[in-house]
Each structure stands twice: as structure tokens, then as C-alpha cells.
Write a protein of this length. Structure first.
Length: 450
């Protein structure tokens, strides 16, 4: 392995523009949080959210270590401004985004013809995560994430949602004392260096040593540095607005970017594949995922349901089955579920022999009852109606090789996995409808051959 081109590394490892697919990260059995470290993290969270307004300028670099080779990216700079009341403004890779009172807008510095707008409910964090392929800035969760600290842990980095605070310690440096809070999971760690006086972050080191996001035997490290500007009063709404004069509204965030350049000619060995670098605005292609279970028999399971019953996959033989793995904390899952309900309405209208089942995975709760209550409250809040199976041990997700959510499997009526989708993007509902039709037709072809 040779030193890799820095832009290729960014395109492959760091998606910072509008994307067609979003996946909520790999799963590993989580650690238990340390009480002192959790308390220190909560104090850090309060320090960010108690201020009237705050501007954060950050820079990140990514390194991929494999054997003796190191691939490194150039520094990516970004700016985030948060004002009390939830208003915010983000500048990242030529995109400028602003949100306030449930409305999210974005423009691109390299074009002057369009703007993007959508409404949202709840945390603007989910809007940013869902509209961008991967937005790996831990302080986003501190500024705009969920209220509960344990939910914020999950939001710190999309590639390590199950890290928890494990240690807190003092670090003595030449320029004074610092506090270091470490969050860990079996495949990842995050070391946050905090100024004990301001309670603001100076730097973060994030490391992934396994799972979906790095090759076998490799280590991915992301290093962040921060500069903060504090304000004594909330910022005026005018300072958060975007100049939309002369721009027309578009329905897809990616269309704000200028068109990508033509693919360059094939270069010398070690330079990366033609066209591998991200186009202006940084919109990398979503990597293809392995076939996995496709064409094989679906793993059997019997799971409790949220309404107190049980579901046995074997009892669904003779019908096409759609399995959707999801979690309450997963933004892309939340955006995918309405499309899944649209598919269910279509199935009923067409009287198709199809069962759609959602499977809740990877939740943190004190007990199965607490987890069930949390899931049902979430379902009621969003007016969802599909049946929910509770994968309390996450063994079913493991049997299906789920490494990211949402993860949707379509199983033929003879129990063979027809197709698998990881992530959410494009016309999700129409894609599933097409796949269901194909699964029904595929079985008819098999029966005709017999």
C-alpha cells in the first residue's frame, strides 16, 4: 500500500455534501459508562448549551493507517454558530446552512441560482445528519443534539453511536492543566480535551479500529481542533439568515453544487481510480455493499412484539416479508419510516401477499420494559402503525449481518433473501415497491422452472 492521494482519502472517508444514502453506523456490544466520566460529559454539555450564543470554528484531518502505510487528508475547516432558542448557521465545504423555528435552508457558495429548503421537527441535528452523507463533527451533538446526555453520546459521531464515557482525568501540559474525557466502545474511542476554565473543547481524537468503516487491520483516526467565540447575548435573527435574492428553490440539496468536472484520465499506479476524488462540494459515491445473505435462506427468528405478542418468521412462509431494522436515535431511520408506511398502504391497496415488520435494535434502556415503553412512545409521537418486533439481545441483527441502520431485507415467500438495502436515500418507497414486485415475480419464475 502506498501513500494515497489526499483528495481521494477525503472522498472515500469523509462525506460532507448532499448524498443519496445515509447509514447510521456499525454496531458493537457497548461498554458500561463510568459515573464520573458521565458527570464530566454532562458538565461539558451544559457548558455548550447554557451560553447565550457560541461560534465554533473547527478543522479536522483524517488518517488511515494500514501496516506501515498512512493515507492522510488535507484539513477541512468548518464554522458553526448557535444561538439560544435553537437557531443556527453552519458553513461547511462551500455549503452554508441556516435553521430556525423548524425551517432549514441551504445555499452553495459556488453557485448563485438556487437554494434548498425543508421543514423539520425536533432537533436540527437530524436534518444535518440526514441531508449529508456523513457529517462527523462531535460538537454538533453538543450544540443541537437531544436533551439527554446518553442520547448525545450516540450522536457524537455517526460511525460510533455506542461509545460511552469511560474515563475522565487531568492532563498537565506546559501551558496549564486540561481535562480529558474518553468515550469508548469495542471498535472506537474518542478523547476529548477540555479547557477546565471555560469547559469548552480544545481538541478531539476519534479512532476506529474495526467494523464497517475501515478495512481489516486498518485504523482510521480523525483529529479535530477548535476555536470558540462566546457572546453575552443571543444573536439577532438577521445574523442567521441567508441571502436568497435571485435564487430559486430546489427540492434536492445536492443540486445546489456546481456540476462535477469530467473524470480525469487514468493516472499512474497508486494515484487512485479515475474520478475517485470527490467533485466540488465533496459528494462522494456511496460504496457498494457486499451481497451478504442475498440468494440464501433468511435466518429464522422468534421475537417479542411491542404490543405484547410474538412473531415467528417461519409462520410467515408463503408471503413476501419486508424486514426493516431501525432505532429511535437513528435520524435516517426516522426519515425512512414514513416511506415504509407508504409501502404498507400500497400493499394493502393492491392486496399483495406481503408482510412488513419493523425490528427495533441497538437501543439503550435500563430494562426490556423501559425499552418497549420508549419505542411505543416514539411510535405514537410519529403516528406510525406498522408492527414492531423487539430484538432485545440484538442477536437477530447479528444473524442478518446488520452493520448499519436503517437496514431493509426483502425475503421471498420461500424464505430466500431477495435483496437488501443499507441506508436511506433516493425514492425509498418506490425502490421497495419495485423490489417487492421483483420478489413476487422471482418466485413465480422458480416455480415455473420446477
Amino acid at each position: 500500500m502506498t501513500m494515497l492521494n489526499a483528495r481521494v482519502v477525503l472522498g472515500a472517508l469523509l462525506g460532507l455534501a448532499a448524498a443519496a444514502s445515509v447509514v447510521c453506523a456499525q454496531y458493537a456490544e457497548p461498554y458500561d459508562p463510568d459515573p464520573e466520566a458521565a458527570k464530566a460529559f454532562e458538565q461539558l454539555l451544559d457548558a455548550y448549551r447554557d451560553r447565550p450564543a457560541l461560534r465554533v470554528r473547527s478543522a479536522l484531518t483524517i488518517e488511515l493507517h494500514q501496516g506501515d502505510a498512512i493515507a492522510s487528508s488535507e484539513a477541512v475547516k468548518a464554522e458553526f454558530t448557535c444561538s439560544r432558542g435553537g437557531a443556527g448557521r453552519v458553513r461547511i465545504r462551500h455549503f452554508i446552512c441556516a435553521f430556525r423555528d423548524g425551517v432549514f435552508r441551504a445555499i452553495h457558495e459556488k453557485t448563485d441560482h438556487s437554494y434548498y429548503e425543508e421543514t423539520y421537527e425536533g432537533s436540527p441535528y437530524w436534518v444535518l445528519l440526514s441531508d449529508f452523507l456523513e457529517i462527523p463533527y462531535p460538537h454538533l451533538a453538543l450544540l443541537w443534539g437531544e436533551p439527554a446526555p446518553e442520547e448525545v453520546w450516540m450522536q457524537l459521531h455517526p460511525e460510533s453511536p455506542l461509545i460511552v464515557p469511560t474515563t475522565v482525568e487531568d492532563v498537565q501540559r506546559e501551558d496549564g492543566r486540561r481535562q480529558r474525557i474518553t468515550l469508548s466502545s469495542p471498535n472506537a474511542s474518542m478523547r476529548i480535551l477540555v479547557d477546565p476554565e471555560t469547559k469548552l473543547i480544545e481538541s478531539i481524537e476519534h479512532e476506529i479500529t474495526g467494523g464497517t468503516f475501515v478495512p481489516d487491520g486498518a485504523v482510521k483516526r480523525t483529529n479535530y481542533t477548535f476555536e470558540h467565540t462566546t457572546f453575552d447575548e443571543p444573536l439577532a435573527a438577521e445574523r442567521m439568515k441567508l441571502d436568497l435574492a435571485g435564487r430559486q428553490r430546489v427540492s434536492v440539496l445536492a443540486s445546489l453544487s456546481p456540476p462535477p468536472p469530467e473524470a480525469p484520465p487514468e493516472g499512474p499506479p497508486g494515484a487512485g481510480p479515475p474520478g475517485a476524488a470527490a467533485p466540488p462540494g465533496g459528494q462522494p459515491a456511496v460504496p457498494a455493499r457486499p451481497a451478504g445473505l442475498i440468494g440464501k435462506e433468511a435466518p429464522k427468528f422468534i421475537l417479542a412484539t411491542a404490543d405484547g405478542g410474538a412473531v415467528d418468521l417461519e409462520e410467515l412462509r408463503g408471503r413476501v416479508v419486508v424486514l426493516d431494522f431501525w432505532a429511535t436515535w437513528c435520524g435516517p431511520c426516522i426519515r425512512a419510516l414514513p416511506g415504509l408506511h407508504e409501502v404498507a398502504e400500497w400493499v394493502r391497496a393492491e392486496a399483495l401477499p406481503v408482510e412488513i415488520l419493523t425490528i427495533n435494535v441497538w437501543e439503550r434502556s435500563d430494562s426490556p420494559d423501559a425499552r418497549r415503553d420508549k419505542v411505543l412512545a416514539f411510535w405514537k409521537k410519529h403516528n406510525f402503525t406498522l408492527p414492531i418486533a423487539m430484538d432485545f439481545t440484538d442477536e437477530t441483527a447479528g444473524a442478518y449481518g446488520v452493520t448499519g441502520i436503517p437496514s431493509t431485507f426483502i425475503i421471498r415467500s420461500d424464505g430466500i433473501v431477495h435483496t437488501h438495502h443499507a441506508g436511506f436515500g433516493g425514492d425509498y418507497a418506490q425502490t421497495l415497491k419495485n423490489d417487492i414486485r421483483a420478489a413476487l415475480a422471482a418466485l413465480e419464475e422458480v416455480e415455473d422452472e420446477d
